[in-house]
Design a protein around this ligand. Structure first.
Ligand SMILES: [Zn+2]
Length: 183
């Protein structure tokens, strides 16, 4: 989980081959912390958070474990202050909790713990959508301002991954330096 350092606060750029900082999770640890969604242990811990309330973004549900709901509420309030042209990247959001595995793998998605959010799909890029997913061509249209605000509250971004997923953010403060929202 810690082998590849997460490049907090750096300018987004194409990652080196198979460099996926934070995409590896030790599943037994995460299940112990957040619960096993297949045993209905995650859903009872979810809490609804107002998503960009000044822009009527509705509600998103994330876990209260590890303070994720409070952290996402802080992100939401910060994002709400961005200029209006940023809203289209954030609303409508593409979901938080979902009891599923990562597409094409048997590893659980961070969404299965209620500790992740996908922002709008409209400007999202994903390695599986590449013409050649064996050697995906990195692409990103998400403004770095959005990435910085998530990082400041303990969330990492899937846009730093070779197997990129630019709408994806998940709560991983252990990978962030303290000045960037880490523990
Ligand atoms: Zn996601």
């Amino acid at each position: 989980m810690f082998y590849v350092p997460y490049p907090a606060a750096t300018t987004p750029a194409p990652p080196a081959k198979n460099i996926d900082p934070g995409r590896v999770r030790f599943e037994p640890l995460f299940v112990a912390m957040y619960g096993d969604c297949h045993k209905n242990e995650v859903a009872p811990k979810l809490k609804a958070v107002d998503w960009l309330p000044q822009h009527n973004g509705g509600k998103v549900s994330v876990t209260t474990v590890n303070g994720v709901a409070e952290a996402l509420a802080m992100v939401s309030l910060a994002l709400d202050q961005l200029p209006a042209e940023f809203v289209k990247f954030l609303i409508p959001n593409a979901g938080t909790y979902n009891c599923r595995d990562i597409a094409g793998s048997s590893m659980r998605s961070a969404h299965a713990y209620g500790a992740a959010i996908d922002i709008s799909t409209k400007s999202a890029d994903y390695w599986r959508w590449s013409a050649n997913p064996q050697a995906p061509a990195w692409k990103n249209r998400i403004p770095v301002e959005i990435v910085r605000l998530f990082e400041q509250h303990g969330f990492i971004w899937g846009g730093y991954w070779y197997h990129f997923d630019t709408m994806h953010f998940e709560y991983r403060p252990e990978l962030l330096p303290q000045e960037a929202g880490g523990w």
